[in-house]
Structure formats: structure tokens, C-alpha cells
Design a protein around this ligand. Structure first.
Ligand SMILES: NC(=O)c1ccc[n+]([C@@H]2O[C@H](COP(=O)([O-])OP(=O)(O)OC[C@H]3O[C@@H](n4cnc5c(N)ncnc54)[C@H](O)[C@@H]3O)[C@@H](O)[C@H]2O)c1
Length: 397
């Protein structure tokens, strides 16, 4: 059996609690090295988990000829560039979501992938949840058979809650601070909105991606309406048109010990509905409910999916390893994640009333007349005119 030799970049929370243990547990791969800019943290993790090599940053790790594939969970400010560097060094890449923080960066990642001849997979673990796979199969079957009529509406509701669900995997921490980095962001985005945009993007990229997948990648995806609260830029409702189907993304937060997220795909004569588990709750698949009102005997069934006792994060890493070894396509490839980046810029452009640069033509994307925004910064008040390109890069400590 071939074994994939992997390197891992970043020893933070997701690495220690989720991905590195999953890589170690899989037979078809071997973790030969990690890179961590916080040296003492890297040493502790290598020692505890018996990882043979530690590099001071991803730049050295991607040059290791012994490594075939690189996984990365850096902060979303930095991981896009790390992915590009790994592709350029000839490695296949597994990276945490969001793939990119701007369309421009997403396009650079996809271009780097094409030029390198290697491949990049985005860790959208919901696509690997056995429950979500069963939902997708049911939607496909009903679409093909026509038994429930057409898909008329999709609702995704995501108010979050306790995502860690008591996961008791050990995690080393140190007082070290990673060196400051430059954040990339959409060039039209005014500085005071960057954190809100990133907060919304990093959470709801999962939800938009899942809905697009359930709808079999229908396109184009257009933004019909956006109503997000101005004070946090996250709570509210976004209405998308996903290839002709209205899809509503409800976002917000609630103090909840569980995880408040469901997706319901409405056909004319029934629905397929799923409730998501808390993200880090192991081996608990998303629930699957199918309501069939097409016959005189109405049936509502709950399905426990095949292979249901597998953690979505472990299934996604297995998929990455097996796909790299076999050459099979990824279920969550880079080119598909580029579409998510487009949706998020379009949503925030509409939310702020600032036309995005290179915004696609078409009624659904037309922004309301923009209000110039003013901010008082260290260099005095700054007015950013609608659509004006700002630097597109900012130092983050
Ligand atoms: N899929 C999910 O459910 C999920 C959940 C939480 C977070 N995430 C994603 O995971 C990513 C990482 O999140 P986290 O909470 O683990 O972050 P983190 O900040 O805890 O860890 C990142 C680590 O990377 C290190 N690092 C940064 N640049 C480096 C470089 N050039 N070389 C080597 N090491 C470097 C940092 O020092 C840090 O230790 C984020 O993009 C986030 O969106 C995904």
C-alpha cells in the first residue's frame, strides 16, 4: 500500500485538536514534519506527538523533498499565502476554510494550483459528514425522479452555539506571539469593516458552501438581498439565487449548549431536512429527515446514514489522502471554493453599499447607492469613496 508523506503547517487549535491526530490515526499517511513560527509551541507538540521534524516556518517545510503533501491551518489571514507557497513548491495541499479572504486571492490560489500541476482541497468538513452525504443523495434522487416536483426554496439557519462540544483532546499552548503578518482583504473594503467581513466570512463560508453543494453546484449564484445588522455585520439574513433557486442564509448567535444549525431543501411536495451536530462532536452525523407528501399516504422518515459513526473531519482527511494517492478528484476543490469567495464579496458589497471592484454585471448584484464612509484613524480622518481601491493589505498583530 502506498503511504502519503505529509507535512503540517501551524500547531494551533485546529491542528492539535483535530487534524494532526486524524493524520496520525490514518494508515495511508505519515506525518513527517510540522512547521510552527512559535518555536516552543512547535517543540512541545512534536515531543508530545512524536513528530520527527520541526521547521521554523512553512517556507522551510515546503522545501523538504521528503514531503509529498502539505496540510495547513494557519489563521485565515495567512493560510492563503502558505497554500500558494506549498503549491509552488510542488506539494498537494489540504487547507482550512476559508480558502481565501478575497476573490483576488482566491484567483491567485487557483492560478498557482493550475501552474503547479498539483491540487488543493479546502477543508469543508460538512461535505464529508455521512448525514450530509445522505441529504445530498436524497436531493439528487428526488431531482432525477421528479417525485417531489421542483426545488422551490432552501433555508439554512445557523445561529451556532458550543462548537467544541467538550472535545478532550490535549492542546499545548505557550505565551509566544506569532510575528505580525499582512492581511489580504478585498481592495474595495473599507478598513473599519475588515474584521466584521472576516468574521462573517470565516463562519458562514461553511453554510454557503454546503447549500451550493446540496444544490449540485447550480450557477450562477447571485445575491438577491442582504439584511445584516450594522453593529456586528453578522446577524441577519442573506437571500441568494443559486442557479434559479432562492436560498436563505440566516446568521446570528445564541448562547446555546448545542449547535443551532439546520438546512431544509423544499420541493413542491416535500422536503429534505438536516440538523448539524456541534462541529467538534465526534462520530455524530448530521440528522436526515425526508418528508414525502407526493402520495395519499404521507411519509416522514428519519434516516441514519451509512457510515454514520465517523467524524466529518476524519473523513475529510481520509478523502484528501486517498484522492492524492489515487488521483481521484477532491469533493471540495479550489475552483469550487472560488465561487464562495465571490459570494462573500458580493454579500458584503451589498451590505455596505459599496460596489465591489470587478463586480459581475447583472441586476442581482447591483448595489444600492453607496454612502461614503468616514473613519478617524491614526493619520486623521479618512474618507473612502465608494468603489475606490484601498491598499488591499494591512498589518495585523
Ligand atoms: N473547519 C472548522 O470547523 C474550523 C474551526 C475553527 C477554525 N477553522 C479554521 O482553521 C484555521 C486555523 O484556526 P486555528 O484556530 O487553529 O488557528 P491558530 O491561530 O490557533 O493556529 C494557527 C497556528 O499557525 C501558526 N503559523 C502562522 N503562520 C505560520 C507559518 N508561516 N508557518 C508555520 N506556522 C505558522 C501560528 O503560530 C499558530 O500557532 C482558520 O483558518 C480557521 O478559519 C476551521
Amino acid at each position: 500500500m502506498s503511504i502519503l508523506r505529509m507535512g503540517y503547517v501551524g500547531c494551533g487549535r485546529m491542528a492539535q485538536r483535530v487534524h494532526i491526530p486524524n493524520i496520525i490515526a490514518l494508515d495511508a499517511c505519515e506525518l513527517v514534519a510540522v512547521a510552527e513560527v512559535c518555536g516552543r509551541l512547535g517543540e512541545r507538540v512534536c515531543q508530545r506527538l512524536g513528530i520527527p521534524r520541526l521547521y521554523p516556518s512553512h517556507r522551510e517545510l515546503v522545501q523538504d523533498p521528503d514531503i509529498q503533501a502539505v496540510a495547513v491551518s494557519g489563521h485565515f489571514y495567512v493560510q492563503g499565502q502558505i497554500a500558494i507557497d506549498a503549491l509552488k513548491a510542488g506539494k498537494d495541499v489540504f487547507m482550512e476554510k476559508p480558502m481565501a479572504v478575497s476573490v483576488e486571492q482566491a484567483e491567485r490560489i487557483v492560478a498557482a494550483e493550475r501552474a503547479s500541476g498539483r491540487r488543493l482541497m479546502v477543508a469543508y468538513m460538512k461535505r464529508y459528514d455521512p448525514g450530509n452525504l445522505a441529504v445530498k443523495r436524497a436531493v439528487e434522487q428526488f431531482t432525477q425522479s421528479g417525485e417531489l416536483g421542483e426545488i422551490r426554496y432552501v433555508r439554512n439557519h445557523g445561529f451556532c452555539g458550543d462548537w467544541e462540544a467538550g472535545l478532550d483532546v490535549p492542546e499545548d499552548r505557550t505565551e509566544e506571539k506569532p510575528p505580525p503578518v499582512y492581511s489580504v482583504y478585498p481592495p474595495w473594503l473599507i478598513e473599519e469593516q475588515i474584521r466584521r467581513y472576516l468574521g462573517y466570512l470565516q463562519q458562514y463560508t461553511h453554510n454557503v458552501n454546503l447549500v451550493r453543494w446540496f444544490l449540485d453546484g447550480r450557477s450562477p449564484v447571485r445575491v438577491r438581498a442582504v439584511d445584516l445588522d450594522a453593529d456586528n455585520g453578522m446577524r441577519g439574513v442573506v437571500i441568494l439565487d443559486v442557479g434559479g433557486v432562492r436560498a436563505v442564509i440566516e446568521s446570528g448567535s445564541v448562547a446555546y449548549h448545542g449547535w443551532d444549525e439546520h438546512t431544509q431543501i423544499y420541493f413542491e411536495k416535500g422536503w429534505v431536512r438536516t440538523e448539524a451536530p456541534p462541529l467538534l462532536l465526534r462520530n455524530a452525523p448530521a440528522t436526515v429527515e425526508v418528508y414525502n407528501g407526493s402520495r395519499s399516504r404521507k411519509v416522514c422518515s428519519q434516516i441514519f446514514p451509512e457510515g454514520g459513526r465517523e467524524w466529518s473531519y476524519k473523513a475529510e482527511m481520509r478523502h484528501f489522502v486517498e484522492s492524492v494517492l489515487s488521483g481521484q478528484p477532491f469533493r471540495s476543490p479550489a475552483a469550487d471554493a472560488l465561487e464562495d469567495a465571490r459570494v462573500f464579496e458580493a454579500v458584503y458589497s451589498k451590505h455596505l453599499g459599496i460596489p465591489a471592484v470587478d463586480e459581475p454585471a447583472g441586476e442581482s448584484y447591483r448595489a444600492v447607492p453607496a454612502q461614503p464612509e468616514t473613519r478617524a484613524g491614526a493619520a486623521g480622518p479618512l474618507t473612502v469613496a465608494p468603489g475606490r481601491r484601498t491598499a488591499g493589505r494591512r498589518r495585523v498583530s
